[in-house]
Design a protein around this ligand. Structure first.
Ligand SMILES: NC(=O)c1ccc[n+]([C@@H]2O[C@H](COP(=O)([O-])OP(=O)(O)OC[C@H]3O[C@@H](n4cnc5c(N)ncnc54)[C@H](OP(=O)(O)O)[C@@H]3O)[C@@H](O)[C@H]2O)c1
Length: 262
């Protein structure tokens, strides 16, 4: 469904304290949307809300750990009270982990899934009544190219993003009769705080061979996709090439990608 005009539309954005979530908030603010932002770092939310308010955007925030069910309940109560309904939900909060699977523990796997998958999908479940009361409502899930093709040493992260990908595809069909869209955004490597915030980083950040995108570029593409009614976008030429190579020539793709683990 196209939504060329986002003025006055009401949005909840998770992961708004840095990187892609912050950039999406700024783009939506520029478009005249009303925002409720969340993340764990209060100073960041305060600063962003101030910046957005100075630019004329109606904006508020709520601090909380998105993986905590009680915090999500509080967040939904705030959305209901402050915005009454939702025209958009952006699930951007996410965390990574790098390193071999065997020597990592269960806690790492569960933490990744709690934030990247369970929090996002439970927030969707809780948001549906408010989205149903919205105008041309849309759920935007920030996935990853690694939710389309896997790489070594990021097994838990890949699994969480594959899960979000499959969930988004299924839910899109389920919600279509209700007029609720689901957009899956799959960025490639993006220059944000993501790599510093990774739970465990046993592999050095290695951007050799691919230039990271900026969060602003990801946000601009996301806004364009929301406006034009896209259901899925894969960002960057390299990301698209990788996904198509994996679909058409999976053995070759796997030979190339397995080198990333050496
Ligand atoms: N950077 C990349 O290369 C890349 C590539 C593809 C996809 N992505 C995806 O893009 C999304 C945004 O990542 P980014 O690159 O913008 O990284 P980022 O700068 O590290 O942002 C991550 C955001 O998630 C929030 N977050 C993490 N754990 C949370 C928790 N338990 N509760 C609440 N909020 C939490 C962080 O806020 P607080 O720390 O304040 O809580 C922060 O706002 C993620 O889903 C990521 O998987 C990133």
């Amino acid at each position: 469904m196209k939504r060329p005009n986002l003025a006055q539309s009401r949005w909840l954005i998770t992961g708004a304290t840095s990187g892609i979530g912050r950039a999406v908030a700024l783009e939506l603010g520029k478009a005249g949307a009303k925002l409720l932002l969340t993340g764990r770092r209060q100073d960041r939310l305060e600063q962003l809300c101030e910046e957005l308010s100075l630019a004329g955007c109606e904006c508020s925030y709520m601090v909380g750990d998105i993986a905590d069910a009680a915090a999500r309940k509080g967040l939904m109560a705030a959305v209901s009270e402050r915005l009454q309904a939702l025209d958009g939900l952006v699930n951007c909060a996410g965390v990574g982990a790098m390193g071999p699977f065997e020597t990592a523990d269960e806690e790492r796997l569960r933490k990744i899934f709690e934030v990247n998958f369970f929090a996002a999908v439970e927030l969707i479940r809780a948001s549906l009544p408010l989205l149903r009361n919205g105008q041309r409502p849309i759920i935007v899930n920030i996935g990853s190219v690694l939710g389309h093709c896997a790489v070594p040493l990021k097994s838990e992260y890949c699994a969480s993003k594959f899960a979000l990908h499959g969930f988004s595809d299924a839910l899109r069909m389920e919600l279509r009769p209700q007029g609720i869209d689901v957009l899956l955004v799959s960025p490639s490597t993006t220059d944000s705080e993501f790599f510093d915030a990774a739970i465990e980083d046993r592999v050095q950040k290695n951007w050799k061979g691919h230039r990271p995108m900026s969060p602003q570029t990801v946000a601009r593409h996301t806004l364009r996709a929301i406006r034009t009614g896209r259901r899925e976008i894969i960002l960057s030429v390299g990301g698209k090439a990788l996904v198509w190579l994996d679909r058409l020539l999976p053995s070759l793709a796997s030979r190339i990608l397995s080198r990333l683990g050496r």
